[in-house]
Design a protein around this ligand. Structure first.
Ligand code: MG
Length: 294
């Protein structure tokens, strides 16, 4: 199967963990709940549950986007009916993996990254005030990291019934690593640090532990959630037949024929006294007949 891992840590400052994550291969997701007083926890958990229940069977970004919209409706409805409270919401970054193809649906400031040949690329755009300012050239990325309004997000699940997720598909390569993370990681650990840790970790599980530890070492101001998926392994498993299959197949056929001949020879030597027999090579199979030809 696909090697993957995920974990969430409350951090060193907060009392509650309002993040949620999903490991349901081929579907993976992280969600960062907002609202406080446990409402954020309800929003992120409900969004993840609804995503799982509504997810498409295939890695189809548009269909995954529709599942995220259903999660949005579920969070809005829950607040209206008194589960959680109004104003609660959640981010959601969801990925569906098919071999090396990734379908993504994304809302908010959690992120998806791809590590390809040791280089980290951010796949998602943050829906946040500071990201807008960076895109407009009014803030540098470094200024955005320390901006007092860095956690103000411009799109989330739970408020606008007409909300749309960003949806897109990415063609990765075998050996690439997919990372989903909430801002409890990316707000505290730089992309360069994430890149080197993700590249150095032998397994997804090691990568998850190393990244969460790094966020804790940097202060752990927020809940930290990390999901890591290694891409392309299932496809190579399926292609486990040695290269040059037909030639390999021929060798097996010859081996079977040889075994049959040896077994037949033994059988013939044993039974020759009792009965006449003959062998016919039938396209690689050796048939042993009793009696005489004809
Ligand atoms: Mg957060």
């Amino acid at each position: 199967g696909t090697p993957y891992a995920g974990d969430s840590h409350v951090g060193l400052v907060r009392d509650d963990n309002e993040d949620a994550f999903l490991l349901a291969p081929p579907l993976f997701a992280v969600a960062d709940g907002l609202g406080g007083h446990q409402a954020g926890e309800i929003a992120s958990a409900l969004a993840i549950d609804t995503l799982l229940a509504s997810a498409p069977r295939q890695a189809d970004a548009k269909a995954l986007g529709r599942a995220v919209r259903r999660a949005n409706s579920a969070v809005i409805q829950a607040a209206e009916t008194g589960r959680g409270r109004s104003g609660m919401g959640t981010t959601m970054t969801a990925a569906m993996v098919d071999g090396t193809r990734i379908a993504l649906a994304h809302v908010g400031d959690s992120r998806a990254y791809l590590l390809h040949l040791g280089k980290l690329e951010q796949l998602t755009d943050d829906h946040s005030m500071v990201a807008d300012l960076v895109r407009q050239g009014r803030l540098t990325a470094e200024e955005a990291r320390h901006h007092p309004n860095r956690s103000v997000i411009t799109r989330a699940l739970g408020s606008d019934p007409d909300m749309l997720a960003d949806t897109f598909e990415v063609q990765a390569s075998p050996g690439d690593r997919l990372l989903l993370a909430t801002d409890g990681l990316t707000g505290l650990v730089t992309d360069d640090e994430i890149e080197s840790m993700l590249a150095a970790a032998p397994t997804p599980s090691d990568a998850v532990d190393t990244l969460i530890d790094a966020a804790l070492d940097s202060g752990g101001h927020d809940n930290i959630t990390v999901v890591v998926v290694d891409l392309g392994r299932p496809r190579s498993d399926r292609a486990h037949r040695p290269a040059g299959g037909p030639r390999w197949g021929l060798r097996v056929l010859w081996l079977l024929a040889l075994i049959a001949v040896v077994a037949a020879a033994g059988w013939i030597a044993h039974s020759y006294a009792r009965s006449q027999a003959y062998l016919i090579d039938e396209g690689g199979y050796v048939a042993v007949y009793e009696g005489v030809p004809g």
